[in-house]
Each structure stands twice: as structure tokens, then as C-alpha cells.
Design a protein around this ligand. Structure first.
Ligand code: ZN
Ligand code: ZN
Length: 409
């Protein structure tokens, strides 16, 4: 791949993504296959004044071996030292970068119950860490780098080398590093998202009604004082960072008990190394009361039955059908990209920052206002070319928010 673009990408992640500060620690979660890029990130971070860079190496094939052969009880225990690792760095104000790149079906053949159990154990142990990140108390950023098995899945008709090359090119396009001045391109992009946010925030919608020909007919109530956000995020100190690169969405939260109707997925969902496809969810008063899937039913069941909050939604995100990633017509089998090509919802925990003053509220208060809590937060795609969304304001006025899959304003 192009070395200049690679360097530009790494720099964009360090400067604009996590926005590393002098004497700050950067914690990176990286697949071992992405080591060369991770080292490049580390070098830039040190040059920008990072106090230290700590890498948490991940190996999905080893993880699979462990899921297949380890005794059941290891998935119920979370090592104290690992908990210490995350909690101490998060308390110290570290920035967290996560490189998301995996074979979409690596966990095929693994008992879904083991994955759910392990997920639950780690989410419970790392509650403080997750909550600090989801309230933007620490800067965090998720990006991607091609791996062989992933690239091959995205471009099955290309050779492995060509597929990797093509996936790099595509990633560069989606994160705007192929432009003359990527930082300036991001400024422009953030301003576009701002315009959408301002329209949505000024209308103070009470309800959104989704409809399309796949069979989606869903009413989502929005809590009072909800806030639409998108593009940049801010720490309490006012430092800007970008939590997802790419990002094309503006999002808020639904009222936990205010979702009714049916929603049908529009893209496969890669959930922890398994694909869930052709699924639909039925809601009554916010709760998922029925669901089915053409593929990956057991994995979907595992996700929904994780805890009480995983029966409810925690995010409502709007992405136009003609967004650049969507127009590429590529199915990435990686939520970071697929969610930014499509309107989506999330099962599970809501971002407290989506409600006025939410980051300063305790659990009871958030619950009272209809902010969902769960050990999971999993986005799934529902946008289509014919998606229509009508917004209903406090005074009962109906406003077209989406028409033919795109923003109507
Ligand atoms: Zn989202
Ligand atoms: Zn999400």
C-alpha cells in the first residue's frame, strides 16, 4: 500500500482520533497481525509527547483455541491483574485506541454460550472502564487495519494480496486520508454532521416512525432532553476526540420503554466472530418480545439474553443511504464500517452523553429518565434505499426526517 497515505492515516489517528496530549498514556488494543501499523502509531504518539504507549496484543486464533478447549470455568473468572490493567489506566486518564480487524466468522463452531459467558464476565469486571469511556471521561477511538482473513471475506474474488490492497484503499477513502489535507477534510465533514444535529436537536422530536419495504414498522420514542450528537466527542476538560473513524452517523438514545413495532436487519451483523443474518426484532414497550434470524439465531439469542438491558435498545443512529461508505457498495462484515453505511440501532447500553447532563447522573437517575443500561452495546444495521422516517414533535406536528433512505432536510 501507499506509504505516504499510511503515515497520514497513523498521524490522523494519533492527532485527530485520540488527540494524544503531552504526558498522556496511550493504551492500544491491537491484533498481532496489525503489529507493523501499531508500532507506527506508537512512534508517532511518543513523538507527540505521550508518556508511554502500552499495547494489549490480541490473537483471535488463540482466543478460538481457548473457547474450544479451555475448561468452562475460565469463562466465569476475570483475572485480577487484567482488571487492574484497564482500571488503573482509565483512572490515570489514558487514551484508548482499539484496532478492530477480525475474520468475520472466526468463532464458527464455538459454543455461543461460552462467548456470551466470557463477554458477560469481562464486561462486569470492567464496568468502571466501560462507563468512563461511554461517558467520554477518557478519549477513545476505534479504527481498522486490514487482516488477511478479513480482506478475503470482503473481496472473495481477489487474491489475498489484492484483497488486502483493496481493503487498505477502501479504508483510506472512508477515513478521508486520500484527500489533500485529511485534517481539513474532517473539519468540513464535522460541520456537515453539525448541520444535521442542529436540525434534529431544534425539532425536539418526541417520536420517530420508521417504515420500509423489508417489513420495518417501528415507533421509537425519544426521552425528553435527548441530545443528537455526531462527529466529534469531548472529554469533560473539553478535549476533542473522534470515537470512531470512519464516522458518518448522528445519534441519540431511545426512551427505554418507548419502542414498539418490528424492525428488520438490512446487513449481516458480525457479533464476536459470528455472522447473524436476515433477522428481525419485535418490540413491546421497549422490550424485545420476539425475534428470529435466518442465520446465527443462537448467537442473536445469546446477545439478547445477556442481561435485562440487552432486551432493550440504547442507540438510534441516522446515516443516509447515499453516504460515501454506502455508495462504495461494499459489505465489510465489520460493524465500524457497516454501521456507517446504514441507519442503525443498538441493543443494550445507551450513551449517557446523549441526554442532557447524563454524564453526571447516577444509575438510578438514568434509569428513571429511560436511559438503558446493559453489559452489551451492539449496533445493527436497518437502513435501506426506501427507508422513511417521520418525526413527530411535542405539539404533534409531523416532519419528514428521512425519505427514500436519505435525510429529507
Ligand atoms: Zn452508532
Ligand atoms: Zn453504537
Amino acid at each position: 500500500m501507499n506509504d505516504i497515505l499510511l503515515e497520514k492515516y497513523a498521524r490522523l489517528i494519533v492527532k485527530t482520533g485520540v488527540n494524544i496530549q503531552k504526558d498522556q498514556i496511550l493504551v492500544i488494543s491491537s491484533p498481532i497481525e496489525c503489529a507493523p501499523f501499531t508500532r507506527m502509531i506508537a512512534e508517532i504518539a511518543f513523538k507527540e509527547g505521550a508518556k508511554d504507549v502500552v499495547v494489549n496484543w490480541k490473537d483471535e486464533l488463540f482466543s478460538k483455541t481457548r473457547y474450544l478447549h479451555a475448561p468452562e470455568e475460565v469463562f466465569e473468572e476475570f483475572p485480577q491483574w487484567q482488571k487492574e490493567f484497564y482500571i488503573s489506566y482509565v483512572r490515570e486518564g489514558a487514551a484508548f485506541l482499539s484496532i478492530s480487524a477480525s475474520d468475520p466468522e472466526v468463532m464458527k463452531g464455538v459454543d455461543p454460550q461460552r462467548i456470551v459467558k466470557s463477554q458477560k464476565t469481562s464486561s462486569t469486571a470492567l464496568k468502571e472502564y466501560r462507563e468512563r469511556l461511554m461517558s467520554n471521561k477518557n478519549p477513545w477511538c476505534v479504527v481498522s487495519v486490514p487482516t488477511r482473513s478479513w480482506a478475503k471475506k470482503v473481496f472473495p474474488n481477489l487474491s489475498e494480496d489484492e484483497a488486502i490492497e483493496k481493503l487498505w484503499e477502501t479504508i483510506f477513502m472512508t477515513v478521508r486520508v486520500n484527500t489533500e489535507d485529511p485534517v481539513a477534510s474532517w473539519e468540513k465533514h464535522k460541520n456537515n454532521l453539525k448541520r444535521r444535529m442542529e436540525f434534529l436537536n431544534s425539532n425536539r422530536f418526541k417520536l420517530l416512525h420508521y417504515k420500509n419495504s423489508l417489513g420495518t414498522d417501528l415507533k421509537i420514542e425519544l426521552p425528553e432532553n435527548h441530545i443528537w450528537i455526531g462527529g466529534a466527542d469531548y472529554t469533560p476538560e473539553g478535549l476533542e476526540f473522534i470515537a470512531n473513524m470512519p464516522t458518518e452517523e448522528v445519534f441519540t438514545l431511545p426512551k427505554k420503554t418507548g419502542v414498539n413495532g418490528v424492525v428488520v436487519s438490512s446487513k449481516p451483523l458480525n457479533y464476536n466472530g459470528n455472522l447473524i443474518e436476515g433477522f428481525s426484532l419485535t418490540f413491546r414497550d421497549g422490550k424485545i418480545v420476539d425475534f428470529n434470524a435466518e442465520k446465527g439465531y443462537e448467537n442473536l439469542k445469546g446477545l439478547i439474553e445477556t442481561d435485562e438491558g440487552s432486551h432493550y435498545l440504547g442507540e438510534v443512529a441516522l446515516v443516509p443511504y447515499d453516504s460515501p461508505i454506502s455508495k462504495s457498495n461494499i459489505l465489510f462484515f465489520n460493524t465500524l464500517f457497516d454501521e456507517n453505511a446504514s441507519c442503525h440501532l443498538a441493543i443494550g447500553k445507551a450513551y449517557p452523553v446523549c441526554i442532557k447532563d447524563g454524564e453526571n447522573m447516577d444509575e438510578e437517575e438514568l434509569e428513571r429518565l429511560g436511559v438503558n443500561d446493559s453489559l452489551v452495546h451492539e449496533d445493527f444495521m436497518i437502513g435501506t434505499k426506501d427507508l422513511e422516517i417521520i418525526g413527530i414533535t411535542e405539539s404533534g406536528e409531523e416532519v419528514h426526517v428521512f425519505q427514500n433512505g436519505n435525510f429529507a432536510f
